[in-house]
Ligand binder design. Structure first.
Ligand SMILES: C[S@@+](CC[C@H](N)C(=O)[O-])C[C@H]1O[C@@H](n2cnc3c(N)ncnc32)[C@H](O)[C@@H]1O
Length: 369
């Protein structure tokens, strides 16, 4: 099966462990959601089945942020079904640093692996897009995905005055929302096919909450507005071209809770007809760990040094993608470094205004028995 769409061709988190080293917040989100995972696994009733129990982490990046969650989930599974082999599949796009993922999971980094704690666990990876089925029909018992479903197959159009759909309005915003609607349904239908009867999904999705808040836009400076402002200033200063500014668009859609649950509402919808139903849908906020630390130590430079890498770990590929293909590697690196340096200077000048709070819609879905 081939991965369609532009996002699958260029998207990746910063490699060599940079992503999970710099992204404590995503780990916090996953660790705090572990009780939901354990509860959903209990409902799958692993003790009642026989044979291999298959679980998957969709959009896992380098595997570091979910390592402790899987440790607890695998221990729970092992206790519930002592004789069942467990297959854990990590999935991400082809550009992902899968070598780093295996080094992490197999205990070759400073992170503490679960492999020597839980017996009879087999780990695999897939580079196929989660917008298509990755596993044979009815073969997956449990699926997990955090901080990933906001990626869309491709950007439907350019956003002339911003870099993210949260800064767009009118027809442009509507085009991103429509792409987001189609891709969400596609994601769910793929999971509905893969899930075994009674299987569960725990999905932690970036989104827009009931108060209109989203990642990095809870109070103070909005992170995506700051990205757009610095990138636009670089175009005005002649560091990048206006075409490059216009070509820089995150292939993401932030959905509201209403948009997340829409495919489950109508009994005649394709998702419901495919046998997927909703067990939980709620929004939550997990505070930015770096802003929390700053409130304790008050050191603006230390804050900016911790905060900018977390932004850079997931956004750099998008800014790099916006640059003209004719630019060489060194030129690109210099532009990207300058971009994050400008943001860094802003954070040092007004540290109390910056925080990347995590705003999510949490969903648990079940495949009908
Ligand atoms: C922000 S990272 C989240 C990583 C990890 N799940 C976490 O919460 O820390 C989003 C990941 O989703 C991956 N991703 C984006 N679109 C995808 C797709 N269509 N199929 C699989 N993975 C995808 C990205 O490559 C990236 O590694």
């Amino acid at each position: 099966m081939t991965s369609t769409g532009d996002t699958a061709r260029f998207m990746f988190m910063k490699g060599a462990g940079y992503y999970s080293r710099s992204t404590q917040g995503a780990k916090d989100v996953i660790d705090l959601a572990t009780p939901l995972v354990l509860e959903a696994l209990t409902r799958v009733e692993p003790q009642r089945g026989v044979g291999t129990f298959r679980v998957a982490d969709f959009g896992a990046a380098d595997g570091g942020t979910s390592l402790d969650m899987w440790r607890r989930a695998l221990a729970e599974l092992r206790a519930a079904g002592p004789a069942r082999p467990i297959e854990l599949f990590y999935t991400d796009l082809p550009g992902n640093d899968f070598s780093q993922l295996f080094r992490t999971v197999l205990g070759q980094t400073e992170a503490k692996t679960y492999m020597d704690e839980v017996e009879n666990v087999f780990v695999y990876a897939s580079g196929a897009s989660f917008h298509d089925a990755i596993f044979p029909a009815a073969s997956l018992h449990f699926g997990f995905s955090a901080n990933a479903s906001h990626y869309i197959v491709e950007t439907p159009c350019k956003i002339s005055n911003h870099i993210h759909m949260v800064g767009a309005s009118g027809a442009v915003r509507a085009a991103y929302e429509e792409q987001g609607r189609r891709d969400w349904e596609r994601f769910l239908l793929a999971r509905a096919t893969e899930l075994a009867p009674g299987g569960r999904l725990v999905l932690i999705n970036f989104g827009i909450d009931e108060a209109g808040r989203f990642l990095g836009a809870t109070t103070g400076v909005s992170m995506f507005d700051a990205f757009a402002r610095h990138w636009r200033n670089m175009a005005e200063d002649g560091v990048i071209t206006r075409e490059e500014f216009a070509a820089t668009n995150f292939p993401q859609c932030y959905r509201t809770l209403e948009q997340f649950v829409a495919p489950f509402k109508d009994a005649a919808s394709p998702v419901r007809r495919a046998g997927l139903r909703l067990e939980l849908a709620e929004t939550r906020i997990v505070p930015c760990p770096y802003a929390r630390d700053f409130a304790l130590h008050g050191d603006a430079e230390a804050f900016a040094k911790a905060y900018l890498p977390t932004l850079r770990s997931w956004s750099e590929a998008v800014f790099n993608r916006g640059l003209d293909a004719k630019r060489d590697v060194a030129e690109r690196a210099a532009i990207i470094d300058e971009f994050y340096r400008r943001y860094y200077d802003e954070v040092i000048a007004s540290p109390g205004q910056h925080r990347m709070d995590y705003v999510h819609a949490y969903l648990i879905c079940a495949k009908e028995p």
